[in-house]
Design a protein around this ligand. Structure first.
Ligand code: FE
Length: 138
């Protein structure tokens, strides 16, 4: 998927809820342990809530205890982009949707193997699509 999606803030406001807009376009953060996907263990895929880009699979989701949905890798590296974020007096690596530029969360180097990475993602920035015929876990 090479085609980038570019919209004005006005256009994004028309298609996103206020909370989705705050997180994805204004680099907001949902309060920990409040997101609908924090503890979700069903099999399926997680898409960008803004553009539908497939970003993460339930296969790489784990419970990091952080209060946000956590993954050790994206579906493929080109799905996401990263940017250096020095806000709030910290140096972090921001994770964005590569197709539409939506802010998703941050990636940290304290994740599990095989990558050792923790993609710490806002539930609000994601849309979960349950796998066809997939039995739900817990
Ligand atoms: Fe997107």
């Amino acid at each position: 998927m090479k085609d980038k999606i570019t919209k004005t803030n006005e256009e994004w406001r028309d298609t996103l809820t206020p909370e989705q807009y705050r997180i994805t376009r204004e680099k907001g953060t949902e309060r920990p342990f409040t997101g609908e996907y924090v503890l979700l263990k069903k099999k399926g895929r997680y898409e960008c809530v803004a553009c539908g880009n497939e970003l993460f699979s339930s296969d790489s989701k784990y419970d990091s205890g952080s209060g946000w949905p956590s993954f050790w890798e994206p579906v493929s590296p080109e799905k996401i982009g990263t940017e250096r974020d020095t806000s709030l007096g910290m140096v972090r690596t921001e994770v964005v949707c590569d197709r539409c530029g939506a802010h998703l969360g941050h990636v940290f180097e304290d994740g599990p193997q095989p990558t050792g990475l923790r993609y710490c993602i806002n539930s609000v920035a994601l849309e979960f699509v349950e796998e066809e015929g997939g039995e739900s876990g817990t």
